[in-house]
Design a binder for this molecule. Sequence first.
Ligand SMILES: Nc1nc2c(c(=O)[nH]1)N(C=O)[C@@H](CNc1ccc(C(=O)N[C@@H](CCC(=O)O)C(=O)O)cc1)CN2
Length: 459
Amino acid sequence: MTALSSLDGDTIAAIATAPGRGGVGIVRLSGPAALAIGEQLCGRSLQPRHAHFCQFSDTDGSVLDSGIGLYFPAPNSFTGECVVELQGHGGPVILDLIVRACCNLGARLARAGEFSERAFLNDKLDLAQAEAIADLINSTTEQAALSATRSLQGAFSREVDELAEAVTRLRVYVEAAIDFPEEEIDFLADGKVAEQVTALQQRLQQVLNQARQGSLLREGMKLVIAGRPNAGKSSLLNALAGQDSAIVTPIEGTTRDVLREHIQIDGMPLHIVDTAGLRESADVVEQEGIRRAWEEMATADRILLVVDGSSPDADIASAGLWPEKNERLGAELPVTVIHNKADRSGRKPTVIQQGNDTVIELSALTGAGMDLLRDHLKQCMGYSDSTGSQYSARRRHLEALEEAAEFLAAGQEQLAAAGAGELLAEDLRHCHNALGTITGTVSSDELLGEIFSSFCIGK
Ligand SMILES: Nc1nc2c(c(=O)[nH]1)N(C=O)[C@@H](CNc1ccc(C(=O)N[C@@H](CCC(=O)O)C(=O)O)cc1)CN2
């Protein structure tokens, strides 16, 4: 882990614009010596927040480039430190020369994410906002980009902070009640503490639902297509992807390895994995493909179990996989059974709810029923394109929210079972800490290192 959780007083430099060629390229300096280095390079004094056109000169006086010098005095800058931008021409060689000149004057090369990390450590951004910067830069759909912008502007952090404050208020009340042991039970009942915990749980659930949607936009849903050979798995992949990415033949066992496709359904990113047909096989290559199929299923957000619906034993064929599935992956798997080949079975495209299982009749060949499947997948993931996501979120945030919810539930149980204020107070404290890891009021060097080192250099 290289990232530091404290500021080291160094002045850092890096190219802030994308690698490669562009009209303009920016070298950014941040730290106490940024102004001195910037003024030396620009050969003139820099007024705060003024764009100065100047020649950027090396230490030996030779002109490297001409461009704009821009000075943001601390603390009113992106990092909260003294920042100087040298906006030159966007060529990789010339920008490297400018960075090198900065380093010759006392700056050092910035690590990945170090500008954002400094902005975080100087309280310019909280952790969720800093993560939103990376998510904005890396977003692949319009929806994902706009929700990352909302997170960057603090929409998600505000919700989390409000929750954390409400948890603290309640904890303070409960702790005060503990200080009066003989009246504790009354205090807890009078304050309607149980009701307040329930209200908190509901609010947390709302934030969690929003965050799930936001995380989905970033991470995408993993959909694994599985089933017996020749059920039409690859045709289903092609129908979803809208192109012939999988080789479809009538020969059993055509897909021997896993095939991956990335698509989006109304802005919801989907990682589709097509797998080898599940059957007993003596062929070692096929066996390996089948082993990988099970491996992919174990980490799926949803499995589409494809069955040849035109075969008289369609139901048996799907049921036939279950003992094996339960044995290998456990019973709690998100599965949708696809009765494919509706064009041959003559059944109408429909969605049927069978207990916990959903069965969809469709034809990957003609496309009949594919819309039902797409709607079903959006529904499964709680994705609605009409509302869009209010903000972006990461898996890390979901885990923290889930942990916070578990502590609230545990606290609620303590209260119901024993009216025990102390245990509730302790659960509320843990709940608060879990929420704090989202915005970074609670963080470790390790977590910060992990987050910022995955940013690009110059960010
Ligand atoms: N040229 C340039 N463009 C850029 C950036 C940059 O660093 N340089 N950004 C880099 O990511 C993004 C914009 N983000 C920024 C965030 C804060 C401040 C800043 O100076 N904040 C001060 C002053 C605020 C004010 O005057 O209202 C502050 O917060 O105190 C600048 C850029 C995108 N565009």
